[in-house]
Design a binder for this molecule. Structure first.
Ligand SMILES: [Zn+2]
Length: 162
């Protein structure tokens, strides 16, 4: 596996809506493996393809060791509910953390690496991470949604980048 370079803000690819994935081949699987490796290397809990320089609708969320990695290809939000404010970071914004309001619950439809369609429901921080990554695929960055910037010393070691 290869550690890829993270695209940092400001870069036009980060604010460009991504293209739908239509080919589910071995190359896509390799890309997902490399994205996961890159995310882990950078202590992230999520990563989207534009963050490694590919403008395609592919993203990963993995913040809980007990759970399988969530691979999202062409994800679509089909329902949301509630609302919650919590602290987020982003691999493309090193050192920036802030409070962002997001739905507490989300339901998505997405494809697996072999193209198989699946549905997933999540809540709390998992829902937040999923929505943060889907925003990336639409060229939307979290800095515009921050209500209050948080100094990392406020939450010490418990934070993770997305
Ligand atoms: Zn991000």
């Amino acid at each position: 596996m290869t550690i890829l370079e993270i695209v940092k803000h400001p870069s036009p690819i980060l604010t460009t809506p991504c293209e739908e994935v239509t080919v589910f081949d071995k190359k896509l699987g390799t890309l997902l493996d490399d994205m996961h490796e890159t995310m882990m290397e950078n202590d992230g809990v999520g990563i989207a393809a534009p963050q490694i320089g590919k403008s395609i609708r592919v993203a990963i969320v993995d913040f809980d060791e007990e759970q399988d990695v969530i691979e999202m290809i062409n994800p679509v939000v089909t329902a949301t509910g509630g609302s919650e404010v919590d602290v987020e970071g982003c691999l493309s914004f090193p050192g920036l953390f802030g409070e962002v309001e997001r739905p507490f619950f989300v339901r998505i439809e997405a494809q697996e690496r072999d193209g198989k369609l699946y549905e997933l429901e999540a809540e709390g921080y998992e829902a937040r991470a999923i929505l943060h990554e889907i925003d990336h695929l639409n060229g939307i960055l979290f800095d515009k949604k921050i209500q209050r910037i948080v100094d990392p010393s406020e939450f010490e070691e418990e934070e993770d980048d997305e």
